[in-house]
Design a protein around this ligand. Sequence first.
Ligand SMILES: [Zn+2]
Length: 380
Amino acid sequence: MAQQLSWEMLQSIVQSDSIERLSMRQLDELFHAEKDMMSFLPDSVCQIDPRNGELIVYNSTRARRPHDSGTHNTGLTTDEKPCVICQGKTTGVVDVAQLSQGATFINKNLFPIIYPLQDILEEYRQQPLYPDPAHTGRVSYGFHFLQWTSSQHDQDWHTLPLDDGLVVLQRLAALEEKLLYESKELMPPSEMPPPRKLTHGFVSIIKNYGRLAGGSLAHGHQQIGYSNIMPSRFYNNWCFAERHQGEYFSHYLLQENPSELTVRDYGDAVLVVPYFMRRPYDMLLAVKNTERQYLHELTNAEMRAVTQGIQDAIRALMQIMPMLGREPAFNMTINNGPGAGLYLEFLAHTQEIGGFEQLGLWVCQESTTNAAAYLREKLS
Ligand SMILES: [Zn+2]
């Protein structure tokens, strides 16, 4: 990469050096002030697949994203094109923290899947999925952020020292906490009824790595969606607890998953291959204290254990996928919110999704015991 984002360049796009110091109103204003975002706004409509409760949000402008269409126009791959982040050509930064080299920072997604609409009717702010008998769609709104793991182009979770990875996770936790506790005026309660805590809205944290897993920019990053609507996986976690007399899924996993499928134990968290692995080398990272629901509730020791687990899972996939003849590509999701216990999922793009899988019949080309053994070997 010819150019790296220097501290000085980064400072020139910083609007706030700490998310804690911004009010939700200021944050809202900063989103509305991003003029370049205006041509990429989402449709702000959500539909629900009535068969399984999965949510679909629409953004008909998203296909026009320059880094997507540019690949076709110029014949360059994502890796060959100049990186817009390294050039500092990005939206205003709302949080920045120094790492041992460079910095990690959070800014606004220029191509948001959700956007802070103004003047949302009170009735729509009462509950995440209100009745929609005419199927015109429900309003979906919120904030879409990006967290750049490092200002240095070639750095990401798997290359950072543990202490730097910990800072990255702590900044994610700070954003999550801010959004959940200061959005009473904006978002429906996170849990209905009755709320265990006074949190509002839903914070979805994901990472797409590699072109084949939906990563459209090579510069390492996480996406954070803060929405009025509850993703169906969060809802499923909540339903799981309802069906199991209040037992959270992560508690079930820690009790039931066979010990030979443990990849590594970090004391406060454990990395496992789930006995129901759908794709070779899928992994789950569960926090052992299953009363934890959110990142910001973790102690420092738990935060460190989770950072180690993230780093190990990604390092293992980066080693194994090329040996399978595959470009490294995976999704990481953070399952937080009511009913989950806190756990992370690593979904490796080790097999395509075919027709059987679309019927809910997954054909997995590796056994769980082999996958766990190989992951342990790679990490030892
Ligand atoms: Zn870059």
